[in-house]
Design a protein around this ligand. Structure first.
Ligand code: MF3
Ligand code: CO
Ligand code: CO
Length: 256
């Protein structure tokens, strides 16, 4: 199988799904406060996706994942499972990752939230990680290579004395959750396949304050930093246009 190019009609459906996923992240923000459980955040997202949007939470049941969203707190790199036992406290940082299916098409996006006031080092990690995503988005256009994308992310992270997680990557997306190509968040300029108009994929850098290594807990999902230092992640779904990129999961607070 090779990389699929989407038609304008298919892109229109992904625009709808992407907007829905973004809207879930906008909706949930006010509930990310000290004392809330990640289970409650999951329940609110589930109810919004199913009852308000009439859409499908893609994570629920995906390869056995038991919840509708991923909630990754502090040293959790990705795929944190919402739980009654996980109560958010002041100073935590949390990534909420939402994927919605609407009319058979996927939108996948995540952002970081602060629980109360963050420590300066945590705020800085979250900001630099968002900049990694934005710097990658800035160079997306026909002809840019996957190595170019990985390189800008790796440069910005490492220039700031952080490390890029190598064990997880972005991905093509469409009427399938994860499809070709893999989008690595590190790489060398000018290497790898070139982007083409109509390609749809995510960029979702995971950046660690300490070393890059990760391990998966016994629940089979939760990926944590080996050194248990903080990790941050931001994700958008996008389509390559004639001369640039359209972010399908843009939030109203963002201007692309
Ligand atoms: N949304 C994640 C991604 O960005 C995938 C989560 S899979 C799950 O690709 F099963 F953990 F939900
Ligand atoms: Co993704
Ligand atoms: Co995601």
């Amino acid at each position: 199988m090779s990389v699929s190019i989407k038609t304008p009609e298919q892109i229109a459906k992904m625009r709808t799904a992407g907007r829905m996923a973004a809207e879930v992240l906008e909706m949930i923000g006010e509930y990310v406060v000290p004392g809330v459980t990640t289970e409650e955040l999951d329940r609110r997202c589930y109810e919004h996706i199913v009852n308000v949007q009439k859409a499908v939470p893609a994570c629920l049941g995906y390869r056995g994942f038991p919840k509708s969203i991923c909630t990754s707190v502090n040293e959790v790199v990705c795929h944190g499972i919402p739980s009654d036992n996980k109560v958010l406290k002041k100073g935590d940082i949390i990534n909420i990752d939402v994927t919605v299916i609407y009319d058979g098409w996927y939108g996948d996006t995540s952002k970081m939230y602060f629980v109360g006031k963050p420590a300066p080092h945590a705020e800085r990690l979250v900001k630099i990680t968002q900049e990694c995503l934005y710097k990658a988005i800035e160079i997306v256009r026909p002809g840019t290579t996957l190595g170019d994308i990985g390189h800008v992310i790796q440069q910005h992270a490492e220039n700031n004395y952080y490390s890029v997680v190598k064990d997880f990557c972005g991905h093509g997306i469409g009427d399938v959750f994860h499809e070709e190509p893999q989008i690595l968040h590190y790489g060398k300029p000018g290497t790898g396949p070139a982007l083409q108009e109509g390609m749809t994929f995510t960029i979702e850098p995971m950046i660690n304050a300490g070393k890059a290594g990760t391990r998966v807990l016994k629940d089979g999902w939760t990926a944590v930093t080996v050194d248990r230092r903080l990790s941050a992640q931001w994700e958008h779904t996008m389509v390559v246009t004639k001369d640039g990129v359209e972010i399908l999961t843009a939030r109203t607070e963002e201007s692309f």
